[in-house]
Design a protein around this ligand. Structure first.
Ligand SMILES: NC(=O)c1ccc[n+]([C@@H]2O[C@H](COP(=O)([O-])OP(=O)(O)OC[C@H]3O[C@@H](n4cnc5c(N)ncnc54)[C@H](OP(=O)(O)O)[C@@H]3O)[C@@H](O)[C@H]2O)c1
Length: 263
C-alpha cells in the first residue's frame, strides 16, 4: 500500500475516475486530475481542495492525440512525489466492427492501451527510485468475455489486464505494484454517452462507482493484482474459463441482443 503522496487519475471528470479522486482526496493524496471537459475538472479540483485541504490541479488532454498524451506524460514524469497512477479514461462503442468508424476504434486502442502504457512508462522511473508506488489500470470484466458489438472494447481490456499482470510480476521486489481493476456494470456516464437510456430496471443493478473504488483500494492493501468488484462479476469473469467455448459464444450473442434491444 502506498503512503499518500500525489495521485494522477485519468478520466477524472466523471464516473469511476471522479470517484477515485474523491476517495484519494479523503485519504490525503494531492491530485493531478485528467479529463477533456475543463469545467467539470475545475469544479472537482475546487471542491476537493476546499473539503480535504489537499492540492489539486488538472490537465485537459485527448488521449488519442499523441501531442496531448505527450503533455500528460511530461507532467507525470516531472511529479516528484507520484505515489499512485490510475489509468482510468475509457469509452465504449455500440456498432459492429466492420460498420463502426475505424478512426473511433483506433482512438479506443490509443486511449485503452497506448495511453496507459506510455503513462506507466513515464511514472515508473520516479516510483522505482523512491522504491514505492502503485499503478491501477482500469480494465473491465469485458476483457474476460467475448461480445459482438464490443470487439475492440473486449480486446483492449483483455490486453490491459494482461499488461498489468505481466508488469506486476516484472516489478516484484521493487516496492512498485500494478493492479488491473476489472469492474462490471457501474453507474457513470459511460452508457449515457452511448445514447442508452439508463432509467430502466436493468441499470438499477449496476454497481456504485464509489464501491468499485473502495474494492480497488482494498485489493491494493491486500496485494491482489486482478481486482474484480462484486460477487456476480467475479463469477462472470471466472466462468468462461470452465465453460465450453460454444456456450461462451452463445452468451456473447445473447448479451449483444439485449444491448441492441435496449432503448
Ligand atoms: N461504467 C461501466 O459499466 C464500466 C465497466 C467496466 C469498466 N469500465 C471502465 O471504467 C473506466 C471509466 O469509465 P466510466 O464508467 O467512469 O465512464 P465515464 O463516466 O464516461 O467517464 C469516462 C472518463 O474518461 C474520459 N475519457 C474518455 N475517452 C477519453 C479520451 N479519448 N481522451 C481523454 N479522456 C477520455 C472522460 O473524459 P471527459 O468526460 O472529460 O470527456 C471521462 O473523464 C473506463 O476505462 C471504462 O472502460 C466502465
Amino acid at each position: 500500500m502506498t503512503q499518500p503522496g500525489t495521485a494522477c487519475i485519468t478520466g477524472a471528470s466523471a464516473g469511476i475516475g471522479a470517484a477515485f479522486a474523491r476517495r484519494l482526496a479523503r485519504d490525503g493524496y494531492d491530485l493531478i486530475l485528467h479529463g477533456r471537459r475543463e469545467p467539470q475538472l475545475k469544479t472537482l479540483c475546487e471542491e476537493l481542495q476546499r473539503a480535504h485541504h489537499v492540492s489539486a490541479e488538472y490537465v485537459c488532454a485527448e488521449l488519442s492525440s499523441p501531442d496531448d498524451l505527450h503533455r500528460l506524460e511530461e507532467r507525470v514524469r516531472a511529479e516528484p512525489a507520484l505515489a499512485l497512477l490510475v489509468n482510468n479514461a475509457g469509452f465504449g462503442t455500440r456498432g459492429r466492427f466492420g460498420e463502426e468508424d475505424i478512426n473511433l476504434q483506433d482512438a479506443m486502442i490509443q486511449t485503452h492501451i497506448t495511453a496507459p502504457v506510455r503513462l506507466t512508462y513515464a511514472a515508473l522511473p520516479g516510483m522505482l527510485s523512491r522504491k514505492t508506488g502503485a499503478i491501477i489500470n482500469v480494465s473491465s470484466v469485458a476483457g474476460f468475455l467475448v461480445s459482438p458489438g464490443s470487439v475492440i472494447y473486449c480486446a483492449t481490456k483483455a490486453a490491459l489486464t494482461s499488461f498489468s499482470e505481466s508488469l506486476n510480476l516484472e516489478l516484484r521486489g521493487t516496492g512498485v505494484c500494478v493492479q488491473a481493476l476489472c469492474p462490471g456494470f457501474t453507474r457513470s456516464e459511460f452508457h449515457q454517452r452511448l445514447g442508452i437510456d439508463t432509467s430502466g430496471d436493468f441499470f438499477r443493478h449496476f454497481m456504485d462507482a464509489g464501491d468499485v473504488v473502495d474494492a480497488s483500494m482494498r485489493c491494493l492493501r491486500r496485494g491482489r493484482v486482478v481486482c474484480i468488484p462484486g460477487l456476480k462479476y467475479k463469477f462472470a469473469a471466472i466462468a468462461p474459463r470452465f465453460l465450453p467455448r460454444r456456450v461462451v459464444y452463445g452468451l456473447g450473442n445473447l448479451y449483444q441482443k439485449m444491448r441492441r434491444n435496449s432503448p
